[in-house]
Ligand binder design. Structure first.
Ligand SMILES: [Zn+2]
Length: 266
């Protein structure tokens, strides 16, 4: 009842494509998401090799497109089975972070550690590139995976002991060791494991190329292949892998683009 009320009042004030509760926020920047109304003729959308998620909200369908961190500013074109879709990627200033990491293995890993990381990175990239048919037509809603303040950490340019590294691809939520981490939405556990940088990790496939990742856990409570529903326990907060303190690293990937998880939370 309450939802209906919000929906009707929102329709009066907002453009229709952001009036629905389930869709992520539209933010057209590198690492952001474009929520694009599409016509009935459009049934398939691709960005480079990756299929793009489509959600049905009432009578309207939407492309929900993850804009890669590496996307240049300006016009970006999505291919479809009908007319191409163009979106404008706008400038956005991400913060910088200078970290002092004491364990040299994480700053300048040894060859055997680099070899281990190469195998793990390939495994994770294969998961991000996967596209499973969804059991839903309307994108599921998301809730916070653990309690705590969201740090403004997604997209940060990172320097480890003055050396520039890849921008931060997830959202860090500082929390005590042992705090519960729950599934933010329904899905299937696509992988669990202990990784060099990410520590104990769980990955969930939510369908149509939407993958979530939870890292640095002290304990994993799920197994690969398991169906999971929103709110179910995934594991416990920890500081395994390359972590400067206890926190949850929450990553979201759409069409193989790492995007800001905050856009999924209202
Ligand atoms: Zn992180």
């Amino acid at each position: 009842m309450l939802l209906k009320k919000i929906y009707f009042s929102a329709v009066c004030l907002l453009p229709i494509h952001i009036a629905f509760a389930q869709l992520p926020q539209d933010s057209r920047r590198a690492g952001g998401i474009a929520v694009i109304p599409i016509t009935a003729e459009v049934t398939q959308i691709f960005y480079e090799q990756s299929p793009v998620l489509i959600s049905q909200e009432g009578v309207q369908r939407y492309a929900v497109f993850g804009i890669p961190m590496s996307a240049p500013l300006g016009t970006l074109t999505l291919k479809t089975n009908h007319k191409p879709i163009e979106i404008e990627v706008k400038p956005y200033q991400y913060a910088e972070q200078h970290l002092s990491v004491k364990n040299q293995d994480y700053v300048n890993p040894k060859q055997e550690q680099l070899d281990r990381y190469a195998v793990e990175a390939k495994e994770q990239n294969d998961i991000y590139r996967s596209f499973s048919q969804s059991t839903w037509t309307q994108l599921p809603s998301f809730i916070r995976p653990t309690a705590g303040k969201f740090s403004n950490s997604f997209g940060r340019k990172r320097f480890f002991n003055q050396e520039e590294r890849a921008p931060h691809s997830g959202l860090d939520i500082p929390a005590p060791i042992g705090q519960k981490v729950i599934a933010p939405a329904d899905g299937i556990i696509i992988q669990t494991g202990n990784y060099f940088f990410n520590g104990n990790t769980v990955l969930i496939d939510h369908g149509q190329g939407l993958i979530s990742m939870f890292c640095h856990l002290s304990k994993i409570e799920v197994t690969k292949g398991q169906h999971i529903t929103q709110g179910e326990l995934l594991g416990l907060v920890g500081n395994t892998g390359r972590a400067t303190g206890a926190h949850l690293h929450w990553g979201m990937s759409l069409n193989n683009a790492r995007v800001d998880p905050q856009l999924f939370i209202k």
